[in-house]
Design a binder for this molecule. Structure first.
Ligand code: AMP
Ligand code: ZN
Length: 120
């Protein structure tokens, strides 16, 4: 039996492998970004590492380069979508109680509307 949140059962690993279609907006050797299927803002992208890390809580020291690369992808995409000056919201939910529903680390990048604080 695969472990819960394992790579074998992972939706986003299947998206990386192109076994499940997605609208890819950025790809390199380390990261993939695609449109969220249920957008919560005019721009709503998901940025993921190509290696399977289930949650932010599971990041290890060896993942440091990969994870820091995701931040440079955020900036590249924010620039591409004209959000650098307009402003944008990034979200990482870690764990079910925080709202995480897909257990492959992902950064939500949202823009094109006003965001409020605190989030629900
Ligand atoms: P989270 O709730 O933080 O785990 O975010 C998971 C996100 O993945 C949600 O915003 C979903 O709308 C999105 N999502 C789920 N399935 C797909 C899919 N097949 N393609 C693109 N986005 C998806
Ligand atoms: Zn995965």
């Amino acid at each position: 039996m695969p472990k819960p949140h394992s790579e074998a059962e992972c939706l986003f690993c299947k998206i990386i492998q192109k076994k499940i279609p997605s609208k890819v907006v950025y790809e390199d050797e380390v990261a993939l970004a695609f449109e969220d299927i249920s957008p919560q803002a005019p721009t709503h992208l998901l940025i993921i590492p190509k290696i399977h890390i289930a949650r932010l809580a599971d990041i290890e020291q060896q993942d440091e380069v990969t994870v820091s690369h995701l931040f440079s992808v955020i900036r590249t995409l924010a620039k591409q979508y004209a959000l650098l000056e307009a402003g944008f919201r990034t979200v990482i939910n870690s764990g079910e109680s925080a709202g995480q529903t897909v257990f492959h680390l992902h950064i939500h990048l949202m823009g094109g509307r006003r965001f409020h604080w605190p989030p629900g």
